[in-house]
Ligand binder design. Structure first.
Ligand SMILES: *Cc1c(COP(=O)(O)O)cnc(C)c1O
Length: 378
């Protein structure tokens, strides 16, 4: 392929910082660069305690442990999401209860949440798809009414805002990803933001193999010991150093993506007016981060034909999620609550266009080839 879908960004100082980690002789977690990243992220989410993890998947697993889920407990979430959103909770024996998505933002449809609540429901996991925030005010109100915890899968939403408030700071616990496909990357990486102070101490124990090693390092106890369940969720300083070089440039990376996004959006305006396709919809109270640009085509065959046409022209443009309620593990471990029409239709019609920091002039080719496809068909 001449035009790839994603190329992970490099901002310039990654190697220098990794070299510094080697010089400091501190390679394991929670060193200089981890602290820099955590402080930056804490400021970003509005003051919550942030801990780096080795992936968003790991952060979600920590969230499931913090929620004290027991086998048979239910967690409401969208089906139109990445596997880890559900798998982290299934690992605790919980049951993902899938709810359909809104037709505009493709986020969890908050008007369908309440009818999915049962006496076993413990949490609602929201996913800010494409960096556009879910309707967090009504969702939090539902959670408060029923005594549920809200967890944000903010993997795609670093720097996004909902009514001026940052994604990742809108619930008790939120999870970020720095996987190489995201806006800001460290290869494999993630973070958990704990916005409920009462959960911070246990988060540190869970992240350090179930021990109070963090308190020990602070000098609070003279030896550390096994206190609770946990695992090893710390990334190495080498990963944190790469991430710090990216976070220092996070605003610039977001601006570049937004410029690419805006350009696609303008290019396909006429096609949408003619009813040929549907472009992303961003509510006016949400500021997105340019994480991804998608088009919704007429149906599956139209979408698949466009993917094939672009591949023939050496452009990689993939579809996205296979709904989790239709996947083998989704059928085994979860259940759909109600009709999943929008999820199924979206999965069939959606195509993602190349969008990455160094896309540059190749974007013209993508736009030109998509418009040529639409013209052939006209
Ligand atoms: C990327 C992504 C994840 C997983 O992130 P990792 O860091 O690869 O574990 C989880 N949820 C969503 C919505 C994602 O986009």
């Amino acid at each position: 392929m001449d035009v790839l879908f994603n190329v992970p960004p490099v901002t310039g100082r990654e190697l220098e910082y990794i070299g510094d980690v080697i010089a400091r002789r501190h390679l394991s977690g929670d060193g200089h660069y981890t602290k820099l990243c955590q402080n930056w992220l804490s400021g970003q989410v509005g003051g919550g305690e942030v801990r780096l993890t080795h992936s968003c998947t790991a952060a979600l697993e920590m969230a499931a442990l913090l929620a004290r889920l027991e086998p048979g407990d239910e967690v409401i979430m969208p089906s139109f999401t990445f596997v880890s959103t559900a798998n982290a909770f299934v690992l605790r024996g919980a049951v993902p209860v899938f709810v359909d998505i809104r037709s505009d933002t493709l986020n969890l449809d908050e008007t369908l949440i309440e009818q999915a609540i049962t006496p076993r429901t413990k949490a609602i996991v929201v996913v800010h798809y494409a960096g556009v925030c879910c309707e967090m005010d009504p969702i939090q109100a539902i959670a408060d009414r029923h005594g549920l915890m809200v967890i944000e899968d903010a993997a795609q939403a670093l720097s996004s805002l909902y009514k001026g408030r940052p994604a990742g700071g809108l619930s008790a616990i939120s999870c970020f990803s720095f996987h190489e496909t995201k806006n800001v990357v460290s290869g494999e990486g993630g973070a958990i933001a704990v916005n409920d102070e009462a959960l911070v101490e246990r988060a540190d124990i869970i992240r350090e193999k179930g021990t109070n090693r963090v308190e020990f390092r602070r000098g609070g106890v003279d030896k550390y010991t096994w206190l609770d369940v946990g695992s090893s969720y710390l990334p190495s300083e080498i990963n944190a150093a790469y991430l710090w070089a990216q976070l220092e440039n996070a605003d610039r990376l977001t601006e570049t993506r937004l410029a690419i996004w805006d350009r696609y959006h303008h290019a396909f305006e006429a096609a949408e007016r003619e009813g040929r396709l549907r472009r992303p919809i961003v509510p006016s109270h949400c500021r997105h981060n340019g994480h991804l640009y998608y088009l919704l085509m007429r149906d599956r065959s139209d979408r698949d034909a466009l993917i094939g046409w672009l591949a023939k022209h050496q452009i990689l443009a993939p579809f996205h999620y296979i709904p989790l309620h239709t996947a083998p593990a989704g059928l085994t471990y979860g259940r759909a609550n109600g009709d999943m029409t929008m999820t199924d239709a979206t999965s069939a019609r959606l195509i993602r266009l190349p969008l990455f920091d160094e896309l540059g002039a190749a974007q013209d080719r993508v736009i030109d080839r998509v418009l040529a496809y639409l013209g052939e068909d006209a």
